[in-house]
Structure formats: C-alpha cells, structure tokens
Design a protein around this ligand. Structure first.
Ligand code: HEC
Ligand code: HEC
Length: 435
C-alpha cells in the first residue's frame, strides 16, 4: 500500500516535470524536429505544407515564363534527395576572370551569335528555350568564353531545416567568428558578411545560405533562384537576364487569389521543413560514438559547429518582414556548421556577383565582397550521408578525400586527422556517415 503511494507520488512528480520542462526554459530549448518524412515542422498545417510543396515541385514551361536561359524546370529538380527539399548531384557552372590589375571581373557571355552579351553574373546557364519553332535561328545557349579563365562547379545544397538557420540571430554568427579566432590565436577566423535582404530594401543581415553566404533570407534566395535557375522573373528580381526569344510579359509571377506569389510558397515550404535526421542506427554504434568524440578532439567541430539555437518566437527578422513563429523559435538544432566563410585552401576564386544575386540596384556594393573570392561557407554536415559528391565542386567522392583537401585555416585539423590510427580514421568516417 505504502509503496503504491510512493510510486503514485513519484509518477505525478515526473508527469508534472514533463509538462513544465522544455518549452519555456531558455537554458533547455526545444529540439528542432528532424525527420525525412515530408511533414510540416508546425509553422503551417500539413495541407498547406503539401500545397506549398506542390509549387516547389511544379515543372514550369515557356508559357509559365521559363527561361529564356535557365538551368532546370523546377526547384525539386535540384533539391530532391531523399525527399523534396533535399539536395542532388546536379552542379552548376560559375566563371569569371581577373583583369590586369588583379581584380575579379564577372563574366561577359556573348549569345545569339554575338548580337547580345550577358553581363553581371558568374553563373553560366546550362539550358535555353531556343532555337525553337517560334525562333528557329536564335542561338541562345550560353557557353564559357575563352577569356573567363576562373571556372568552377558548385553542387546543389540541401534546404531541409533551413527555416531554423534563417531564425538564428546575427549576433550568434558574429560571436562564433570572434570566439574561434581568439581561441585559435588567429589561425581560424571565419568571416560573417552582411548581405542585402531583398524584401526589405536597404536592410542587411548576416549571410548564411549558399556556398558563399550570399543570402540571409529564404525569400530572397527563392527570388534569386526563380530568376537565375529557372529564368522566371518575380517581384524581388523583376528583370530578365535576356529578352531574346521571350514571349511572356514581366513580371511573370503575379500573386494568386491568396495574395501569395510562387516565391512566397517556396519560402514557406522551406521554412516549414524539418531538419535532416541522423541515421539513428549507425549513430548508436560504438564506432560512430568514438568517431563523434574524435570529431571534437581533432578540431573539426570548431567550424562544423554541432549545435545552434534560434531566436525566441516573436523576434522580427529579415528587416522586420518576417517574425520567428512558435515552431521555429527557441529551438536547438545540429547543423555541424558555423555558416562562416573560411579559406580552407579550396577557394574557387569567384567573388559574389552582386548584380546576379541582389539586382542592379546593389551594383555599387560589388567591391565590398572581394573577400569572398577564396573563402567558402562551412557546409552543414547534417544530411551529409545523402550526398554522393562532396565539397563545393563535387570533386571529392569519399569523406576521406574531402578531409584531405582541407588546408589553410583547416590545416591543423587535417594534420591531426593524418595522425589518427587507421581504426580511429574509420571511427571518424563512420560518424560522418551517420550524419
Ligand atoms: C539547376 C539546379 C537548381 C535549381 C533548379 C534550383 N536550385 Fe537552389 N541551389 C542550387 C545550387 C547549385 C545551390 C548552391 C548555390 C551556390 O551557392 O552557388 C542552391 C542553393 C539553394 C539555397 C541555399 C540553401 C542553403 O541552405 O544554403 C536555397 C534556399 C535554394 N537553392 C532554393 C531554391 C529554390 C526555392 C528553387 C526554385 C525556385 C531552387 N533553389 C532551384 C541548385 C538549384
Ligand atoms: C577552418 C574550418 C574547418 C575545419 C577546422 C574543418 N572544416 Fe570541413 N569544411 C570547411 C569548409 C569551408 C568546407 C567547404 C570547402 C569546399 O567546399 O571547398 C568544408 C567541407 C567539409 C566536408 C564536405 C561537406 C560537403 O557537404 O561537401 C566534410 C565532409 C568536412 N568538411 C569534414 C570535416 C572534418 C571531418 C574535419 C576535421 C578533420 C573538418 N571538416 C574540419 C571548413 C572546415
């Protein structure tokens, strides 16, 4: 009888603790949900999330505004593995050159037998809508001109869980940069750069998306991608890259009955995704657990930061155009990245092309981005097991190859990796395969 009472009391206490514990306490914030299940993280209901995903998955054609030059017909084409919003093997081409003074210059790409020249970009679009039945004689395909000697590939990135990254305060990234620089005595000093928030003209935020941290806002990225990947103009990027062969008036993407344009659906879809989950089975093995300890011990986690926290719900971000919702606010997540730009010896020489990503209005800012030439963003390693080709150019095919390419700021970590025993190297790589 006495025992029953004790159990009851303890049970009640445990239940009370469970009710009051996580959500309100700032020191133990909620874990962000992580699952490849296509379900909303809670910022919208499931039906809305699926409708947004349908927009993201939709295949566009010429009457919808596709092109005139473009890379693919839908967002999903490049962001799909293992579910919509993930990544893919698709790479893109970026080129440019240095002038006689050593300054990086965006590419100039003649098209249509030299009757037009595309400037202000580093991206080379891999596809064009003509020659076609209506314009049989316009040769619109972009090709790399001989003089654009700086040439690189860039792999597609994962978008799942990006809403959590967007909701991290600027100060977090600035503090990470200052801390790692101080603790490493100046050897590892990631850079946080300010980039324009296109939907809040004149405002800036610390960049965190793309291989060069070229955007801070998912809506800005959606506007940029809709134009530069699919050739579809929108309110944030209203100017066609070329009007040759174009038969659809600008802007091609007008709001629908619900007041939302396609880019708003894309942004809401990305914000509502759950984070990439670990391979729970592999993560639970002794090898992966030992590898996880080594990952910290040899300095990988200095840049591939395990855990970040979002701003509290209700915080205005992106120049006040978006308020962190309950489902994203005060959440802890595990991206394995500091989202800072580092020179790890793999720099591709390409500076952020301002006009391409932000529009003509920002052209005067071009020179402020010179530091991005040979720095790359630390890629988040969450979901790395779904990636068949690694590093910005996709040229490293195994985790060991990727690690051995780390130089510059990551020289120390690479050396320590080299000093591990064969068994320890295997443990570290098992850990990476569990991410
Ligand atoms: C042809 C392939 C392709 C298509 C189509 C495409 N993307 Fe991407 N996406 C990429 C590549 C490549 C990157 C990395 C770009 C870089 O930084 O150079 C990327 C990066 C991103 C990022 C940054 C992710 C992060 O966490 O850093 C976002 C957001 C994004 N794309 C959204 C979209 C949306 C929305 C669409 C549809 C409008 C779209 N993309 C269409 C290839 C594509
Ligand atoms: C100084 C910061 C820094 C340190 C330390 C560091 N990395 Fe990296 N890591 C980067 C950057 C930056 C890249 C992207 C380089 C590129 O794409 O050219 C990268 C890329 C990677 C990739 C490829 C990811 C992908 O999605 O393509 C893996 C895997 C990786 N690092 C693992 C490690 C491991 C393991 C260690 C420890 C031995 C380590 N890194 C130490 C900054 C760092």
């Amino acid at each position: 009888m006495k025992r029953m009472v004790v159990i009851l009391v303890l049970g009640t206490l445990a239940w009370a603790a469970m009710q009051s514990a996580p959500s309100s306490s700032p020191t133990s914030p909620n874990e962000a949900p992580a699952e490849f299940d296509g379900q909303t993280n809670g910022i919208v209901d499931q039906a809305t999330h699926e409708a947004d995903q349908a927009k993201f998955d939709e295949v566009e054609d010429i009457p919808d505004g596709l092109g005139p030059i473009y890379n693919a017909q839908s967002c999903r084409e490049c962001h799909q593995n293992p579910v919509s919003g993930g990544l893919s093997q698709i790479t893109e081409l970026r080129v440019g050159h240095r002038n006689s003074a050593g300054k990086f210059v965006n590419s100039s790409v003649p098209i249509a037998d030299g009757t037009a020249v595309i400037t202000g970009r580093t991206l080379i679009n891999d596809r064009a809508i003509c020659p076609n039945a209506s314009f049989p004689n316009i040769q619109l395909q972009e090709r790399v001109p001989d003089r654009e000697k700086i040439r690189t590939l860039r792999t597609s990135l994962n978008l799942l869980g990006d809403g959590f990254i967007e909701a991290v305060p600027d100060e977090t990234f600035k503090n990470l940069a200052a801390d790692q620089c101080r603790k490493s005595h100046g050897k590892i000093c990631g850079k946080a750069i300010s980039v324009p928030v296109l939907e809040a003209s004149g405002t800036y935020r610390i960049g965190r998306f793309g291989w060069k941290d070229q955007h801070a806002s998912l809506l800005s990225f959606a506007g940029d991608a809709y134009l530069n990947e699919m050739g579809i103009t929108n309110r944030l990027m209203p100017t066609e890259v070329t009007t040759l062969c174009d038969t659809v008036p600008d802007p091609e993407n007008t709001p629908e009955a619900d007041g939302l344009a396609d880019i708003d659906h894309f942004a809401r879809f990305m914000r509502a995704t759950k984070a990439p989950p670990r391979d729970a089975q592999l993560a639970d093995t002794a090898n992966a657990k030992k590898g996880s300890v080594l990952f910290n011990k040899i300095g990988c986690a200095v840049c591939h930061v395990r855990t970040l926290e979002t701003a509290p719900a209700g915080t205005p971000i992106n120049g006040g155009t978006f308020t962190v919702p309950d489902a994203l606010g005060g959440k802890q997540f595990h991206p394995f990245s500091d989202f800072l730009l580092h020179d790890v010896g793999t720099g591709d020489g390409i500076v952020i092309p301002v006009e391409e990503h932000f529009g003509r209005a920002y052209r005067e800012m071009q020179s402020t981005f010179n530091i991005t030439a040979n720095r790359m963003r630390t890629p988040p390693l969450w979901g790395a097991r779904t990636r068949s080709r690694l590093m910005h150019d996709g040229q490293s095919l195994t985790f060991e190859d990727a690690i051995l390419r780390h130089r510059g700021e990551a020289e120390g970590a690479r050396k320590k990796f080299g000093h591990l025993s064969e068994a320890e190297k295997k443990q570290l790589i098992t850990f990476l395969k569990s991410l």
